[in-house]
Design a protein around this ligand. Structure first.
Ligand code: AGP
Length: 613
């Protein structure tokens, strides 16, 4: 997962940047690099593999200067290689950039720049930005203005840090959307920039967090923050405690809140290196799957517990749609005792954040004993589930500390989508154009998740209204019915409010008896092929005096005449919509729990990893 570190001051930038990158190693990466202004040129060193290799390169070819930027890269566009590693410099070598995120429209930008005669040195999306900035600087703009202009062309959730040998006293940092944070560290006569607090915490505790669509010009004397369009911003300076746990929480009150807000970035990290946007394909190298094996698959059985099991229910919709393979979903605790029908053409897919959930592990062992192929989707690298599997897909969600799972859930959904695309191609189900389209949809996903996180105070308002209710009902349909189950689970786990999730069509077969003015009904009524059916459920609840909180698609005004309260999410391609739609339900649960004074990160009776039966 990409990491960024920058330094401007009086000390030698190189060791400070390398040390900072080292502190971000836990995030995972496949190559690294740094750029330092040496006199009137920019020196760049880049290397594939571990940071130790970059350090050896720097030892062999020393560089020194008082301003520099560094990066650890997890490949999205183009293989891990020296030329694809960051920083990227353009044609003049006067500008360098490091970048986290995905430039959604990079192909179009690249074609336009190539048509103007610009030659590209890498396969990355990042390089288009450096060419754009160089172009504006060639026309007379300073670095800040050139960055501002260049970024008007860029779509997607992205964080960038630039420097230029023409203006060797400044770093320009900019954030668009929620692909990841950018933190400015304030030192004594020196300043730092980082994607993550731990990278610079040993140098300073005083930090500014750039918000969406803000940029900062950072010199050794301080940082000037503006919006991307140039309006000045008075940035709040946060003092980060030395306590490493509190430090890791950063600007957030709880880990769960932090993890909810990290999702645009964790989704990006999950996509990285697997979705090949140039080729319009997906690569899942650790799955160890051949086209022959994929074609001989007769059934997939997903085994998991809790939130991971709900991810599995979404997975059934995805895998059946994209790979046309029948999918069963079972709780680990049930599967192991039910004598399931399995043969060598069955794949059992375990989904587990921790990789240590005993019921899931036991189900995997049962499947192995019966001769099934074993796959897992897992977050913790080296966990038992990963080691037991014949093939695995990592979530790349980063450490999840809050007991209630959030970013691991969305990462699992993205992994299932990647698996659907991969199997769909290997099994000859998906046409080339269809596959390319599905892969392209992934590029827009981080931005959609980011937009869902950019909201006003509607969740706090709802929490103030409903915090003392004893029961909630959640309804969803089709691929969003598991999201209703997950929304209800989140609420009960952290707020101790009793909540039930149901497929909406089942309401009339029982839960309708519960409807009254005391129990809020949360309905996922987004614009999809079951929208009309969901609206009719809303009407049925209203006809019985119930209260409806609807999750609707941005721009849907009709729903406001039917539901009592409306939360909005951006329109999203159907198979990816659960990734976006779960976010408002996570926020609702979070704010209700906070309003009730609950211990959000460590709810009573729950453990992060359930290692007993
Ligand atoms: C999620 O919020 C829960 N705490 C719980 O349901 C969890 O998803 C379940 O225990 C499975 O954990 P795993 O993904 O680590 O296997």
């Amino acid at each position: 997962m990409c990491g960024i570190v920058g330094y401007v001051g009086l000390r030698d930038a190189t060791p400070i940047i390398l040390e900072g990158l080292k502190r971000l190693e836990y995030r995972g990466y496949d190559s690294a690099g740094l750029a330092v202004v040496e006199g009137d040129t920019i020196a760049v060193r880049r290397e594939v593999g571990k940071l130790a290799r970059l350090m050896e390169l720097v030892d062999a070819e020393p560089m020194s200067g008082q301003i520099g930027i560094g990066h650890t890269r997890w490949a999205t566009h183009g293989e891990p290689s020296r030329r694809n590693a960051h920083p990227h410099v353009g044609v003049t070598g006067e500008v360098a950039v490091v970048h986290n995120g995905i430039i959604e429209n990079f192909l179009q930008l690249r074609q336009e720049l190539e048509a103007e005669g610009r030659c590209f040195a890498s396969e990355t999306d990042t390089e288009v930005v450096v060419h754009l900035v160089e172009g504006y600087m060639a026309g007379g703009a300073d670095l800040e203005t050139a960055v501002r202009r260049a970024l008007t062309h860029v779509k997607g959730a992205n964080a960038f840090v630039f420097l230029s040998s023409r203006e060797p006293d400044r770093i320009v940092a900019a954030r668009l959307g929620n692909a990841g944070g950018l933190t400015i560290g304030i030192g004594e006569g020196e300043m730092f920039v980082a994607s993550d607090i731990p990278a610079i915490l040993e140098h300073t505790r005083r930090m500014i967090f750039l918000e969406d669509r803000q940029m900062a010009v950072v010199t050794r004397d301080g940082a000037r923050v503006t919006t991307l369009s140039g309006e000045p911003v008075t940035a709040e300076v946060h003092t980060i405690p030395w306590d490493p746990v509190a430090a890791a929480k950063g600007e957030f009150r709880h880990f769960m809140q932090k993890e909810i807000y990290e999702q645009a970035r964790s989704v990006t990290d999950t996509i990285r290196g697997r979705a090949d946007f140039d080729a319009g394909r997906v690569r899942l190298e650790h799955l160890e799957l051949t086209p022959e094996k994929a074609c001989s698959l007769e059934k997939v059985i997903i085994v998991a517990c809790g939130t991971s099991a709900y991810a599995g229910l979404v997975g059934k919709f995805i895998l059946e749609a994209l790979a046309r393979v029948p999918v069963e979903v079972d709780y680990g605790s049930e599967f192991r005792y039910r004598d399931p029908i399995i043969n060598e053409n069955t794949a059992v897919l375990a989904i587990t954040q921790s990789g240590e959930t005993v019921d899931t592990l036991a189900a995997m062992e049962e499947a192995r004993a019966k001769g099934a192929g074993l796959w897992s989707i897992v977050n913790v690298i080296g966990s038992q589930a990963m080691r037991l599997s014949d093939g695995y897909i990592l979530m790349h969600a980063g450490p999840e500390i809050g007991v209630a799972s959030t970013k691991a859930f969305t990462a699992s959904l993205v992994d299932l989508y990647l698996l659907g695309c991969y199997l769909g191609e290997l099994r000859g189900v998906l046409e080339r154009a269809q596959l390319r389209h599905l892969v392209n949809d992934l590029a827009r996903l981080p931005d959609m998740v980011g937009r869902t996180l950019n909201h006003g105070d509607e969740y706090e308002q709802l929490a103030n209204i409903f915090y003392d209710r004893e029961h909630f009902l959640y309804l969803g349909r089709g691929i969003n019915y598991p999201i209703a189950l997950e929304g209800a689970l989140k609420l009960k786990e952290i707020s101790y409010i009793h909540a039930e999730g149901y497929p909406a069509g089942e309401m009339k077969h029982g839960p309708i008896a519960l409807i009254d003015e005391a129990m809020p009904v949360v309905t996922i009524a987004v614009r999809d092929h079951v929208y009309d059916k969901m609206v009719s459920q809303v009407e049925q609840v209203k006809a019985r005096g119930g209260i409806v909180i609807a999750l609707a698609t941005e721009g849907d005004e009709d729903i406001t005449t039917k539901a009592d309260y409306v939360l909005y999410a951006p329109p999203t391609p159907p198979l990816l919509s659960p990734v976006v739609n779960v976010v408002p339900l996570q926020l609702l649960a979070y704010h209700l729990a906070v309003r009730r004074g609950c211990d959000v990160d460590q709810p009573r009776n729950l453990a992060k990893s359930v290692t007993v039966e």
